[in-house]
Design a protein around this ligand. Structure first.
Ligand SMILES: Nc1nc2c(c(=O)[nH]1)N[C@H]1C(S)=C(S)[C@@H](COP(=O)(O)O)O[C@H]1N2
Ligand SMILES: [Mo]
Length: 322
């Protein structure tokens, strides 16, 4: 199949960002951010940075206009890295932060297979090298009705897919998380079926918004956020964003997905953010902004990214395909 790849900008963000800004940020985050966070002190980046400012500094691809009401501030680094879902490290929100320290994200190999012309085992650097690293600020919405605004760094998934060259029969792409119960204590319990698996329709994967993330806040991904490589699809509930990916497989049939296996009538394959279709046990009409008080705010269709992705679902009954 032919996937239209948008013309890439020729310059990496590190080259067009004023050097002082870039170096200071990297330097600070790299050397002191973690230490300060570990000491229980807020790192400097906790200073709210408005997406617009970040965009100018880092020349990120403009995210969707998610509207005044939802144009929140960037969540500070410690929200993004200490309030997580990553059941491989436990089911509490601070478990991944507390228990992922022994996880070794390098060296790392991703096995690509199924219906594609370029299967094989790829080092993570080789896979990521198939596209252009970009910084992108996305609003993220968890199925549990909370949200954050996160500055990701990564490669458009469409770049990688076009290089892997799916065959015409391939309709879906399946992803698999690493299975390492020795380093991932949560995998020693049967809260989910391991390894965690997810999938996208190929046209969803090739959408401009889909990102294979390698970092956040301009730094490599912390273990708790899915190092060294994880999926980011901001118009879908967070559980589609599978972490620590070791497998990418092109398939003709819709692949199984972890939360759908676990509770099929609660979690569908598509998992598009939809304020009009409630979870069987709670409403999806509103959400809590993490770190911004107790108020609830309206959830937007496709999490505010309808303009970018609405066409993918034209004619589909989104109650049936939840
Ligand atoms: N392998 C794996 N990937 C996962 C999960 C998980 O438990 N295991 N949790 C998902 C859920 S429910 C959410 S909301 C996001 C959270 O990503 P973040 O912690 O980087 O914000 O990761 C998703 N990816
Ligand atoms: Mo989630």
């Amino acid at each position: 199949m032919v996937i239209r790849v948008r013309r890439k900008s020729d310059v990496a963000s590190s080259e067009i960002t004023p050097k002082e800004v870039y170096v200071n940020r990297r330097d600070f985050l790299g050397r002191t951010g973690g230490a300060l966070a570990a000491a229980g002190m807020a790192p400097l980046v906790a200073e709210p940075v408005r997406p617009r400012e970040w965009r100018q500094e880092a020349h990120v691809a403009p995210p969707a206009d998610y509207g005044e009401e939802l144009r929140g501030e960037l969540n500070p680094y410690d929200d993004v890295t200490e309030y997580n879902n990553f059941y491989e490290f436990g089911t509490e929100k601070d478990d991944p932060y507390k228990h992922s320290g022994d996880f070794e994200p390098r060296p790392w190999t991703v096995e690509v297979g199924g219906l594609c012309h370029n299967p094989g085992k790829y080092g993570v650097e080789d896979l990521v090298g198939m596209g252009e690293i970009q910084d992108r600020i996305y609003r993220m919405r968890c199925v549990e009705a909370w949200s954050m605004v996160i500055p990701w760094r990564g490669v458009p998934l469409r770049n990688i897919i076009s290089r892997l060259a799916p065959m015409t029969d391939a309709k879906f792409v399946a992803f698999e998380t690493v299975y390492r119960p020795q380093q991932m204590p949560g995998q020693q319990r049967n809260v989910l079926q391991w390894p965690y698996v997810e999938g996208l329709r190929i046209d969803e994967a090739a959408n401009e918004l889909s990102l294979l993330a390698t970092g956040l806040y301009g730094e490599d991904l912390p273990n708790q956020n899915g190092a060294p490589l994880r999926l980011v699809t901001p118009w879908k509930y967070g559980f589609k964003g599978i972490k620590s990916i070791v497998g990418i497989t092109f398939t003709e049939e819709m692949p199984p997905t972890s939360w759908n296996i676990s509770a099929p009538h609660e979690y569908g394959f598509y998992a598009n953010v939809n304020p009009n279709v409630d979870h069987p046990r709670w409403s999806q009409a509103r959400e809590r902004y993490i770190g911004k008080g107790l108020g609830r705010h309206p959830t937007l269709m496709f999490n505010g990214y309808e303009e970018e992705v609405g066409h993918l679902y034209a004619g589909m009954d989104l109650r049936e395909w939840y």
